[in-house]
Write a protein that binds this ligand. Sequence first.
Ligand code: LLP
Length: 414
Amino acid sequence: MSFNFQENRLFVESKALSEIAQEFGTPCYVYSRAAFESQLAQYHKGLDGQSGLICYAVKACSNIAILNILAKKGAGFDIVSIGELQRVIRAGGDPKKVVFSGVAKEYKEIQYALEVGIHCFNVESPDEIDLINQVAFDLNKIAPISLRVNPDVDAKTHPYISTGLKDNKFGVDIKQAVSVYERAAKLKNIEIKGVDCHIGSQLIDMTPFMDALDRVLNLVDELAKKNIIISHLDLGGGIGVDYQGETPPDIAAYIQDVREKIKGRDLSLIFEPGRSISANSGVLLTKVQFLKPNDHKNFAIIDAGMNDLIRPSLYSAWQKIQLIEPSSAPLKTWDLVGPICETGDFLGKDRELALEQNAVVAVMGSGAYGFSMSSNYNSRNKPCEILVDGAKVHVIGKRQTIEQQLENEQLISE
Ligand code: LLP
């Protein structure tokens, strides 16, 4: 395990987190290189001997040093904006291993993606196919596409991160898919490559994945009858992680199950994992600023807020919080609340901890949708990001400054 206790002190690889907090201050994200690499390796192990691509979902944790580490291990990338594509390229990622998801791609984004030569567009609506065809025509190129289908399966996850139901804005209803493909097949600057589906995030039960796969394979057969040949299946991301004692599926075994189901077909496989690669590869360190117990509640005011890590406020997400060093303070039940002027600004409620002023705690599982969803709300500077590699410590994201926050703002002259 990349995060482990040694004599009651929490370490990341062979570095004590307390030394990092001391040197770089808090709040601060800390990542483990080994953790990122070993999670990616699980996917590659599952794919071994099968043609395919692991496209890490950049949105989960987008720091270019992280993307670079994953690219060096052979990862491709799932992107949802031109900004993410520019990150991938800056990080030395291969555009030919990039799939472009997202419901609202713009002309300029499609243009750039075609110019750098991405692997595939994951198209989410008929209008988008027309726009991609138009841009490709203007550039005298052929655009590779997959249609993201909405298989209408219940991923049984938080409603905000469920994406494969009829009620969700994503993809095209699987029932309309054949006609959308037939139309696309007639367009001169479009090349049909695959079928794509992503049904939700933080899935622990594999049944919805397998149900979706069955539906997608039926579609592939339907299309074959119409002479539309699919060469890859993109099954999206979504594999859950252990935040609170969940038992997530074994990644390589899941891929084996998928391979079993597609046996005998000439299909390559794409996966777009985000959380399962990055969540437990990072923590957020935050310091107790003040203790404010009252008759009713014990508040521990910490120096990280919902602007630094929004998951608890936005999805009522539970992430483990633990002291990084032993403490002699009494064990009490605390609400860990941030500096933001909002009642919803908390990172954990009712936590049994031996807190004292200036103690540093680690919010575990913060490597996914942590820094990448942070904001400047309350004009707070974004935290720094540190990567540990063995005993080596690298600053991969400096703490933001107020000058940087104000860079694009200007006074008017009157
Ligand atoms: N592919 C597509 C098209 C996606 O929309 C997503 C995530 C992924 C892949 C990666 O999914 P993952 O493997 O990470 O589950 N902010 C939320 C999660 C939002 C997920 C959005 N889409 C959270 O913090 O729980």
